[in-house]
Design a protein around this ligand. Sequence first.
Ligand SMILES: Nc1ncnc2c1ncn2[C@@H]1O[C@H](COP(=O)(O)OP(=O)(O)O)[C@@H](O)[C@H]1O
Ligand SMILES: Cc1cn([C@H]2C[C@H](O)[C@@H](COP(=O)(O)O)O2)c(=O)[nH]c1=O
Length: 196
Amino acid sequence: MAKLYFKYGTMNSGKSIEILKVAHNYEEQGKPVVIMTSAIDNRDEIGVVSSRIGMREKAVPIDDHLDVFDYVADLSPKPFCIMIDEAQFLSKKNIYDFAKVVDELGIPVMAFGLKNDFQNQLFEGSKYLLLLADKIEEIKTICWFCSKKATMVLRTKDGEPVYEGSQIQIGGNDSYLPVCRKHWFKPDLEKMKEMK
Ligand SMILES: Nc1ncnc2c1ncn2[C@@H]1O[C@H](COP(=O)(O)OP(=O)(O)O)[C@@H](O)[C@H]1O
Ligand SMILES: Cc1cn([C@H]2C[C@H](O)[C@@H](COP(=O)(O)O)O2)c(=O)[nH]c1=O
């Protein structure tokens, strides 16, 4: 039976690699999948899933104008699976529509994204995925400052931690670090200065 999956992890935990790997495994067996991503993340170019490991793949960009249920319902042939990157940036409506894709079209949907933002608040997409998903899994990585599991993301500017600002600020390793709870509250400022 089709399910709605939410696979969350901090930045740099390998979410995009996982999407590209799973998509490759389906396609290799002649089972078409559809890769989608939020149009908000324009680090690479809009409509691309790109991993730090160097792999990238075209994806359908999700913006305010796209009705994701109608888009998937019109696809022929019917895909074996929908994979979504940057799901934290999706709207409540997007997530309800993807749940409808699972329930009414019988297509599994795997959404990958951050759970919490740099202020440790839920993103809108993540909040509704946590509420609606059939299966929730964590993709893990380690804290930048120690060997504990990273559960939070520290925003940085000029080697200093940042705790105020707008929720959405597109960036990569230059402005975010995956960290454990202890080091989110008390980052190693000396180590951050060395990285500057
Ligand atoms: N050259 C490399 N060889 C092996 N792993 C790498 C390489 N470059 C980056 N990575 C790993 O890729 C992971 C980040 O993958 P990415 O798909 O970009 O993550 P996310 O989408 O979660 O931000 C990190 O764990 C990093 O260690
Ligand atoms: C924590 C946090 C992140 N973002 C942005 C920064 C990146 O563009 C994406 C996450 O990228 P990933 O490596 O594919 O996980 O989200 C943000 O806008 N606000 C935040 O608080």
